[in-house]
Design a protein around this ligand. Structure first.
Ligand code: CA
Ligand code: CA
Length: 206
């Protein structure tokens, strides 16, 4: 058997070097790709962190549809038509008993709770307005609705809790207005009425 010549040997070394460099390059590309892939996940984790929680509740199993409409200091609105605005998010549009039966792994599960929650992912200084809309009423008697606003960090503290009454389809009322200072503390609250629905509908048509 012929021994490989010096030239062949050096060619082989060059090929090994090329292979090694390619492998190194591939590893580097993988590392960069991995970093790129993991970045949005990290961002997502920050975004899901809630600083304030607004909870609107009415009687369980009640067929009426109530909507929360929340305005932030920059005029952004969240409601069933626009569930995300800036740092605010509406978890779901609760429509009374409608769609309260959900299927989990092929089994129908009833969720009788009538509740809409809006989370604020960070505190933005300025005034927030929390309105209630009686989207669909089924009875002539007023519908009692409770509204709770909580600051979640560093520990849970209640900014506002109150009971309100909605009087039929289309009724809109201001449950609470609260102003956050630059440090995220509550500077003041008010219940001066402010209509949000007309602007929300106009913006939804755009
Ligand atoms: Ca609703
Ligand atoms: Ca419900």
């Amino acid at each position: 058997m012929k021994h490989p010549s010096i030239k062949n040997k050096s060619e082989q070394d060059a090929f090994t070097d090329l292979l090694f460099n390619a492998l190194l390059g591939f590893a580097l590309m993988f590392a960069v790709a991995f970093m790129l892939m993991s970045t949005p996940e990290k961002k997502g984790k920050i975004e899901t962190k809630a600083e304030y929680l607004i909870t609107v509740r009415w009687e369980d199993k009640h067929p009426d549809d109530v909507d929360a409409i929340v305005e932030d200091p920059s005029g952004g609105l969240v409601w069933y038509h626009n569930r995300d605005s800036g740092l605010m998010h509406l978890d779901r549009d609760d429509r009374g008993v409608f769609a309260d039966q959900i299927e989990v792994a092929g089994v129908k599960v009833n969720n009788p709770i009538n509740q809409e929650t809006v989370t604020l992912r960070a505190s933005q200084a300025g005034e927030y307005v929390v309105n209630l809309l009686h989207y669909k009423s089924n009875y002539s008697a007023p519908l009692p609705v409770s509204v709770k606003v909580e600051k979640l960090n560093p520990e849970v503290s209640v900014i506002y809790y109150g009971n309100h009454e909605l009087n039929g389809s289309g009724d809109e009322l201001t449950a609470i207005r609260f102003t956050l200072d630059a440090a995220g503390g509550v500077a003041r609250t008010s219940q001066r009425p402010k209509r949000l629905l007309t602007r929300a509908v106009a913006e939804a048509k755009k």
